[in-house]
Design a protein around this ligand. Structure first.
Ligand SMILES: Cc1cc2nc3c(=O)[nH]c(=O)nc-3n(C[C@H](O)[C@H](O)[C@H](O)COP(=O)(O)OP(=O)(O)OC[C@H]3O[C@@H](n4cnc5c(N)ncnc54)[C@H](O)[C@@H]3O)c2cc1C
Length: 233
């Protein structure tokens, strides 16, 4: 990232509230004008993009797709536990198939990769991710309650998890992952091919709901602005 951003004027941590077109330039506005730009890559989630950009700037072929994009919710709670209490447990638990559980995944970060999370010596960092419906049920609850409920759910699923834990952080995402319903990939691909001009759209909802999908769509958008040929998938 540092190499990519070298010699680039990077303006982070800004929430854009609207974008308008004036004399062929895009004005980005937060609580004040951020300036006028020749081109814009909109890489915010569909639900945000459609609120920031007025419909007259949205290409016809994108309006319906953007407005119909659905997302899956996710609640993710992380805890510190004594490493000795989880010794011998697996690094990942991903229930799949017909398994009737609210658990999306449980990850023991040190067991997964020592370098990925720096838990204090003698401790393990455990993340618990819930599926869509159980997440939605907790989105409006206070963090204290979420910590306890999620840990109960996790221990119900995997009783080897210890009773004692230290609450670390809760992430409540109402729009965590775009839902790629049947036919959406084809539609997204067609939209990517149609995009043109100096306002282009990127993000996982136009590619696949992975980091790589998001990166590819961003590279695609940059190439489009540079007039280079593209392949999305
Ligand atoms: C719990 C979870 C686990 C996941 N695990 C994996 C995994 O293991 N492997 C994998 O490949 N993918 C995983 N994914 C999916 C992956 O993280 C996403 O698909 C990817 O990050 C999407 O990238 P994006 O750039 O399209 O969107 P985002 O990462 O959502 O980026 C959108 C950006 O827009 C910014 N933004 C929003 N509103 C505004 C505004 N008004 N003004 C300015 N900026 C704004 C946000 O701050 C954000 O930085 C996971 C996702 C979740 C939620």
């Amino acid at each position: 990232s540092e190499a990519l951003l070298n010699n680039i004027d990077f303006n982070g941590g800004v929430s854009v509230s609207s974008i308008s077109l004036e004399n062929g330039k895009y004005e980005l506005i937060s609580d004040h004008s951020l300036g006028y730009f020749d081109a814009v890559v909109m890489a915010t989630p569909a639900t945000i993009s459609k609120n920031i950009i007025s419909n007259d700037l949205l290409p016809d072929y994108l309006i319906e797709f953007m407005h119909s994009q659905e997302y899956v919710a996710n609640v993710h709670a992380a805890y510190l536990v004594d490493a000795k209490d989880v010794q011998g447990m697996l690094a990942y638990y991903y229930p799949c198939g017909d398994w009737d559980t609210p658990i999306g995944a449980i990850v023991l970060h040190n067991a997964k990769c020592l370098e990925s999370a720096k838990a204090p010596d003698g401790k393990e960092l455990v993340s618990v991710y819930l599926l869509d419906e159980p997440s939605k049920a907790l989105l409006d609850k206070p963090d204290d309650e979420v910590f306890e409920k999620v840990w109960d759910i996790a221990r119900d699923f995997e009783p080897s998890l210890p009773v004692n834990k230290e609450n670390m952080v809760v992430f409540k995402r109402s729009e965590a992952i775009p839902l790629h319903a049947v036919g959406r990939f084809l539609e997204a691909d067609a939209i990517q091919q149609k995009q043109s001009g100096s306002l282009v759209f990127a993000g996982d909802y136009l590619s696949s709901a992975t980091v790589e999908g998001a990166l590819r769509s961003g590279r695609w958008a940059a190439n489009k602005l540079l007039g280079k040929t593209n392949s999305v998938f």
